[in-house]
Design a protein around this ligand. Structure first.
Ligand code: 5GP
Length: 111
């Protein structure tokens, strides 16, 4: 089994989060230290979709970032947010702190 990160625990419900989006495959929750009026993190929930970082993608997991981007786009449409920034921090030298692939969604618009 892969090393458990804080996001594994959030997905398992062992650590609380402010959930703002959920499907069978993707969870979206507010960043604990928001850097914009809306700052949501999107993660893939299924164990087979787990990948630590963009830098670890393989042929088997290359679809995962697209799932997260699609979830972010659906979330924005649902909430009527018409401008936002999507970011992946890639590796420690790219500013990544949690090694569970996640997409940052930031908007100046409030939820
Ligand atoms: P990274 O730098 O790895 O791309 O981003 C990790 C993000 O996770 C940071 O923006 C940080 O504020 C957020 N974060 C870290 N721990 C927690 C937590 O326990 N709950 C939530 N909601 N966000 C967290």
């Amino acid at each position: 089994m892969s090393e458990q990160t804080i996001f594994h625990k959030i997905i398992a419900g062992e650590i609380p989060c402010e959930m703002v989006y959920e499907t069978d495959e993707v969870l979206g929750f507010n960043d604990i230290h928001p850097k914009a009026p809306t700052h949501v993190l999107f993660v893939a929930k299924r164990e087979e979709d787990f990948v630590p970082s963009i830098m670890d993608l393989t042929d088997e997991t290359a679809h995962v970032p697209c799932k997260l981007i699609h979830a972010a786009q659906e979330f924005a449409k649902e909430k009527g947010i018409d401008g936002y920034k999507l970011t992946f921090h890639c590796g420690a030298k790219g500013g990544q702190e949690v090694f569970y692939l996640h997409l940052h969604f930031m908007s100046q618009q409030e939820l």
